[in-house]
Design a binder for this molecule. Structure first.
Ligand SMILES: [Zn+2]
Length: 496
């Protein structure tokens, strides 16, 4: 990604303009305001989330001769010379291209002299994990006994490659990926500021593709704007960036869930003829599946999606069992390296689509075969129950609202409940905590909830509260383990 015009233009110039990494910027700003400047800082986190930007703001702030509170003025002689990189008191090196011990020795020699105009000599070392062993040793010696006027800011995307001895000499700050909402807000502002018309879905597509990086987000926006003639739409974004778009990705999952083998395979060949990046599609699809998984296990649901897309995602999560989504994830995860090296790039995806849809067909077949067993519902009534469940979910806010007329104290408990399934005449509600589950379980309360649900939706059911962790029944332990390992593989978390 080379298009960095917008990224440079909209780089924050002071702490207040930084819209993410809230706790880091507050800690740094306080250090400036209280004149408690440390000798070594370590900024770790993914690329493009503001590590260098905050390092530079901090460097100016501690040296500015006309500081306002904790903010650099950006106009005094020192600030200007830092901006223009003409100051001898600010040294920025990229460890990726200066890995050797001599580079660090040079730095250290330079540090022996007092600052010329500034109060501190600031050394920013980007990608510090790239330093050689010798260079790290030389750096460590200086960090053990730093000159009084020296401030090191080390930045890295790979903290696991930085020696523990270095880490322990620094104040460490963990930068997080930028959340979707902050990214969308920034992209919207930048687009508006440049008189670019762009719709919300297009903004969301760019933000999703940027994957938590400001730099990538603005660089992608740059690329899209260059192609735009009039309003930027999601179709244009998908075309320019070779993306497959969240709606399209969601459609593919529908085909998989419904066991539509032929359409799913056609879907992949259509993507290929449309020139979409299939490797990227596989990654996007996995990311989408991960979100479904998170929703299913009661984890985070704040993905920054538009209401329409989030509602569709929730409905899909309800339509598919945990077991099945885990199987689909495994099927599509194992083809990752195959896609990269396949002679026919679409083939691994097509095979995965067949495998994943056949899985569903097997399930349907077996449930039809065992129609006579009362434990397995015939497929027609499975579908009816699915419709009812979706209806109840979509009316959930109204149900909570209505409940106020009857029993105000139940709402706080019921708010945490997730309607997860209908089994026979019972509506299963999952609760994260026993306390809330017990509150609803009391018979008199259950009856009230049943009544309200019927009043709002016209559907007559009996609620059955269950604890989230017990919901898997006897196979609970085994499944929880699988859920945990699946989440671990996909880098997700289950919030408590
Ligand atoms: Zn200044």
């Amino acid at each position: 990604m080379s298009n960095l015009v917008l990224y440079r233009k909209y780089r924050p110039l002071n702490f207040a303009q930084v819209v993410n990494q809230e706790h880091i910027k507050t800690t740094l700003a306080n250090a400036v305001a209280n004149n408690r400047v440390g000798h070594a800082y370590l900024f770790t986190g993914p690329r493009g989330v503001g590590k260098t930007t905050l390092a530079r703001i901090f460097a100016r702030a501690i040296n500015c001769t006309n500081r306002k509170g904790s903010e650099p003025c950006n106009e005094c002689e020192v600030c200007k010379s830092f901006f223009e990189a003409t100051s001898l008191d600010l040294l920025e090196i990229d460890a990726a291209s200066h890995t050797g011990v001599d580079n660090i020795r040079e730095l250290i020699e330079h540090l022996q002299f007092a600052p010329t105009k500034a109060t501190y000599k600031v050394i920013i070392v980007d990608e510090v994990h790239m330093l050689s062993k010798g260079a790290f040793n030389a750096l460590l010696k200086t960090l053990e006994e730093p000159p009084k006027h020296a401030v090191f800011i080390l930045a890295t995307t790979e903290i696991n490659k930085v020696p523990a001895t270095i880490i322990s000499r620094t104040q460490k700050f963990d930068f997080k990926k930028v959340n979707m909402l902050d990214l969308i807000k920034l992209l919207k502002f930048v687009a508006g500021d440049n008189q670019v018309k762009i719709n919300d879905n297009a903004l969301m597509e760019i933000a999703a593709a940027a994957d938590g990086s400001f730099r990538d987000g603005l660089s992608l926006l740059d690329q899209v704007i260059n192609y735009a003639d009039g309003e930027v739409t999601e179709e244009l974004v998908e075309q320019v960036l070779g993306l497959t778009g969240i709606k399209t990705t969601a459609k593919f999952l529908d085909l998989i869930i419904d066991g539509k083998t032929q359409q799913a395979v056609n879907f992949i060949s259509d993507l290929m003829s449309a020139g979409r990046d299939l490797y990227q599609f596989q990654k996007d699809f996995l990311e989408y599946l991960r979100k479904i998984l998170l929703v299913k296990v009661g984890g985070t649901t704040d993905f920054g999606f538009s209401q329409e897309i989030q509602a569709n995602l929730n409905a899909q999560a309800n339509r598919v069992s945990l077991d099945r989504i885990m199987k689909v994830i495994q099927i599509f995860q194992k083809i990752e390296s195959e896609i990269k090296w396949a002679t026919i790039q679409s083939l691994p995806l097509e095979l995965a689509a067949v495998e994943a849809t056949e899985e569903e067909n097997k399930e349907i077949a077996s449930s039809v075969r065992s129609d006579d067993q009362s434990s397995v519902l015939p497929s027609t009534s499975r579908k009816d129950n699915g419709d009812k469940l979706n209806q109840i979910i979509s009316y959930w806010p109204q149900i909570l609202e209505k409940l106020k007329d009857y029993n105000h104290s139940l709402i706080s408990s019921l708010k945490l409940a997730v309607p997860i399934a209908i089994v026979g005449k019972e509506l299963i509600l999952l609760f994260p905590y026993k306390f809330h589950k017990d509150a609803i379980e009391a018979r008199k309360n259950r009856v009230v909830v049943d009544q309200v649900i019927e009043e709002v939706t016209g559907i007559k059911l009996m609620v059955k509260p269950e604890l989230q962790k017990d919901w898997q029944g006897e196979e609970k332990e085994e499944k929880n383990e699988t859920v945990q390992s699946a989440l671990k593989i996909m880098g997700g978390e289950v919030s408590e």
